[in-house]
Design a protein. Structure first.
Length: 224
């Protein structure tokens, strides 16, 4: 059994998680508390290289009670600077990369106490990341990825629940919640979204949507 994966994000009305300049501070204080409560609930939180480089997040629990999760970075070429806040000693950190990663950066991160896992191939397979975390006893994973990382997880049916906060803004251009080669139509997607809850945020300006993500293969097997 792989870990249960939750994907969580705040988006504009037009589905952007960041503007064309990279601005991404969309959440109200209540939404930030929800995010940090989720971090405290899971065992690991995952981001991609673009998010790590652009946002320089800590990925720790600060606006809720609870322990810090394992921080996981997916960075195939190890582009992330080694002085990011992600690499401080406030929580265990794992980096998944490939043979394209500079050996000196791997060594520098290891000296900081960061665990570096070099996977085979030229890109990191999210399925391999999830499987590895499962073998380590991780049961719940929070995905706070950018558009490309979100796409790679979703298209492989590696997301179980989707929690989206729709904020009252429009960017017009910027980073989409999901960014990949895309599906041709509604039938091509390998999963279905089932709405579990839609509620008004305590701030009165945001809507929180909670979906269950069901892989179509699993649905077919259940029917058979």
């Amino acid at each position: 059994m792989r870990p249960r994966v939750y994907m969580m994000a705040a988006v504009t009305v037009d589905g952007r998680i960041a503007s064309k300049t990279g601005y991404s501070k969309l959440s109200c204080p209540y939404d930030l508390r929800r995010l940090h409560a989720m971090r405290a609930m899971v065992d690991a939180v995952v981001v991609g290289a673009n998010t790590a480089i652009t946002d320089n997040p800590r990925l720790t629990v600060r606006y809720a009670e609870g322990r810090n999760p394992i921080r996981v970075l997916i960075d195939g070429a190890l582009r992330a600077p080694t002085d990011l806040r992600l690499f401080d000693k406030s929580a265990p950190t794992i980096v998944f990369t490939t043979s394209k990663a500079p050996s000196e950066k791997i060594k520098e991160l290891q000296e900081k106490g960061v665990e570096v896992i070099v996977t085979e191939g030229t890109t990191v397979d999210p399925a391999e990341v999830v499987a590895h975390l499962g073998k380590r006893g991780v049961e719940k994973v929070l995905l706070e990825g950018g558009g490309k990382t979100n796409w790679e997880f979703l298209r492989r049916c590696l997301v179980d629940e989707l929690i989206i906060t729709v904020t009252p803004y429009v960017f017009g251009r910027g980073v989409s919640l999901v960014d990949g080669e895309g599906f041709a139509d509604t039938e091509e997607a390998p999963f279905e979204l089932r709405l579990l809850e839609a509620k008004l945020c305590q701030c009165g300006r945001e809507i929180v949507l909670h979906y269950e993500v069901k892989c179509k293969n699993q649905l077919t097997q259940n029917i058979i």
